[in-house]
Design a protein around this ligand. Sequence first.
Ligand SMILES: NC(=O)c1ccc[n+]([C@@H]2O[C@H](COP(=O)([O-])OP(=O)(O)OC[C@H]3O[C@@H](n4cnc5c(N)ncnc54)[C@H](OP(=O)(O)O)[C@@H]3O)[C@@H](O)[C@H]2O)c1
Length: 168
Amino acid sequence: MKVALIVAMDLERGIGKNNDLMWHLPKDMRFFKETTLGQVVVMGRKNWDSIPEKYRPLSDRENVVLTRNKKFSSDDCVVLHDLVEVWEKYQDEEERTVFIIGGGEIYRQAIESGLIEEMYITHVSGTYNAETFFPQFNLKNWSVKALLEQDMDEKHECAFQVKQYTRN
Ligand SMILES: NC(=O)c1ccc[n+]([C@@H]2O[C@H](COP(=O)([O-])OP(=O)(O)OC[C@H]3O[C@@H](n4cnc5c(N)ncnc54)[C@H](OP(=O)(O)O)[C@@H]3O)[C@@H](O)[C@H]2O)c1
């Protein structure tokens, strides 16, 4: 099993507000889709709720939703009740990467687990007064490679840079 994480955060590590994203960056959306297509995507129940129904489940990906609510059920996703259940279910997975796709609570627990081998972080060059944040992590443990850069333009309200972090 390989576990990776993908996130977009602003200069204050902000990732969301009012259970929604704070920006519209089509090229970053495309990067997210291309990177996660065919993989397993793991998200918190609030993140799942925030995805408009017409885009749910995320296409051509195995959608896993984490909730503590034993009554939550859906035909569109795998429902699990603990991160440990995720690691157990996919421990023998060899083809697909298990992608942690947020939100804040799930990112924090995933980083604390020490199982993340790779992170794709979109650094959005602005501040958005977020309510939800991406946790601090120790840069010393990671090798960083720049993957993509986008300037502000008519389709992108903010410049951003995508970096790949690989655990040393
Ligand atoms: N910028 C980005 O890249 C990005 C990516 C994803 C999301 N977001 C944003 O992040 C925000 C949502 O993040 P959030 O921190 O509020 O919520 P979240 O992490 O999406 O979901 C939290 C929920 O997950 C469930 N949960 C958490 N830990 C669990 C565990 N160990 N076992 C079982 N279930 C568990 C609980 O669901 P129950 O309450 O049902 O028990 C909890 O309420 C939104 O604004 C969204 O737009 C941003």
